[in-house]
Design a protein around this ligand. Structure first.
Ligand SMILES: NC(=O)C1=CN([C@@H]2O[C@H](COP(=O)(O)OP(=O)(O)OC[C@H]3O[C@@H](n4cnc5c(N)ncnc54)[C@H](O)[C@@H]3O)[C@@H](O)[C@H]2O)C=CC1
Ligand SMILES: O=C([O-])CC(=O)C(=O)O
Length: 362
């Protein structure tokens, strides 16, 4: 392995000595942070648990699944990084897995097979998510919840309704993880624009299914002079990215490795926000008043001493402080193509949101 690669891995995994924080993190001591992964033994859960074990911001890693948890937890626990790993294997242990969690990541539920839409997962995953969120409301009502389970456009509203019913709902703390859409948009854009992928940024707004995924290539950086045809093709590829993987896996599930990467990036952003790192910006499916829809994925900036903040992307700029959003980031002008995409996405997004709300409130 090349020396530079070894240095990179070491920089990712070495616990700061005496809790002195390294460059890129907060300027004070690294606080204790517990992260709980629900569905930790699954296709996403395993590599995501590995990546969270590599994150020096995590002090306690709770791995929960209804099957195969002990093996995954034993395996991950042998890695010589900061966090202490505990596996929780049954419904009776869910409360302990959640107790004291700062961030709960939920990749529990069934994945798609070729020919299915994400909405086809609703009947099974809605019940799983509802049960897990009831437990979150009971055992760690202040945790930041990162919802990965599909259909995200419905599972986030389900979670919100469960929390409302329990009296614990805080819209600043519930996130649909749409980071994989951003990851894909960046990768595909870099390939066409012939720019270094590490330098690319592309906001992706809307929701997390088909045409509700709205990459804003008009705002992609570094700028590139791409034709309308190329932008249309990039947009479609980003919207169909999940299906591309589902078909390539031919019945063996959906994106797991790229999703684990995306989930780890988003959870890391949550932890940085909690730790007071300024100017942390991510896209996420969060409660918003930007459109007439109750939920909308948007770029947000979060920081603060003890809470995480969201803001909506629509033509607003945000700066965040210790108590919430201080400044909303501007969306900037949408191209005609993006405006049209937004209008087209609204009915589907609305109906998926309503379906989730109806399920959770009936
Ligand atoms: N938001 C996003 O961008 C993405 C979301 N997904 C979604 O993530 C979910 C998980 O996908 P995979 O990991 O590939 O599936 P998987 O089937 O490999 O793993 C799911 C895991 O959840 C566990 N599980 C089921 N019910 C549970 C419960 N009540 N409590 C705790 N764990 C439970 C299972 O035992 C299994 O280990 C799917 O719904 C998939 O559609 C997948 C890729 C991207
Ligand atoms: O497509 C799926 O079913 C999984 C998913 O959400 C994605 O890969 O974006």
């Amino acid at each position: 392995m090349r020396a530079s690669m070894l240095r990179f891995i070491k920089s990712l995994t070495t616990s700061p000595s005496s809790h002195i924080v390294r460059r890129g993190y907060a300027s004070e001591a690294v606080p204790e942070r517990k992260v709980t992964v629900l569905g930790a033994a699954g296709g996403i859960g395993q590599p995501l648990s590995l990546l969270m074990k590599l994150n020096p911001l995590v002090s306690n890693l709770a791995l929960y699944d209804i099957a195969n948890t002990p093996g995954v937890a034993a395996d991950v626990s042998h890695i010589n990084t900061r966090s202490e790993v505990v596996g929780y294997a049954s419904d009776a242990e869910l409360g302990k897995a959640l107790e004291g969690a700062d961030v709960v990541i939920i990749p529990a539920g069934v994945p798609r097979k070729p020919g299915m839409t994400r909405d086809d997962l609703f009947n099974i995953n809605a019940g799983i998510v509802k049960g897990l969120c009831e437990a979150i409301a009971k055992h760690c009502p202040n945790a930041l919840v990162n919802m990965i389970s599909n259909p995200v456009n419905s599972t986030v509203p389900i979670a919100a309704e469960v929390f409302k019913k329990a009296g614990t709902y805080d819209p600043k703390r519930l996130f649909g993880v749409t980071t994989l859409d951003v990851v894909r948009a960046k990768t595909f854009y870099a390939g066409k624009a012939m720019v270094p992928v590490a330098e690319v940024n592309v906001p992706v707004v809307g929701g997390h299914a088909g045409i509700t995924i709205l990459p804003l290539f008009s705002q992609a950086t570094p700028k590139a002079n791409l034709s309308d045809e190329v932008i249309t093709a990039l947009t479609k590829r980003t919207q169909d990215g999940g299906t591309e993987v589902v078909e390539a896996k031919a019945g063996k599930g959906s994106a797991t490795l790229s999703m684990a990467y995306a989930g780890a990036i988003f959870a890391d952003a949550c932890l940085k926000g909690l730790n007071g790192v300024p100017d942390v910006i991510e896209c996420s499916f969060v409660q918003s008043t930007v459109t007439e829809l109750p939920f909308f994925a948007s770029r947000m900036q979060h920081s603060g001493a003890s809470s995480l903040f969201y803001s909506c992307i629509f033509a607003m700029e945000v700066r965040l402080g210790k108590n919430g959003v201080e400044e909303v980031l501007g969306l900037g002008p949408l191209s005609d193509f993006e405006k049209e995409g937004l209008e087209k996405s609204k009915p589907e997004l609305k109906s998926s949101i309503e379906k989730g709300i109806k399920f959770a409130t009936q």
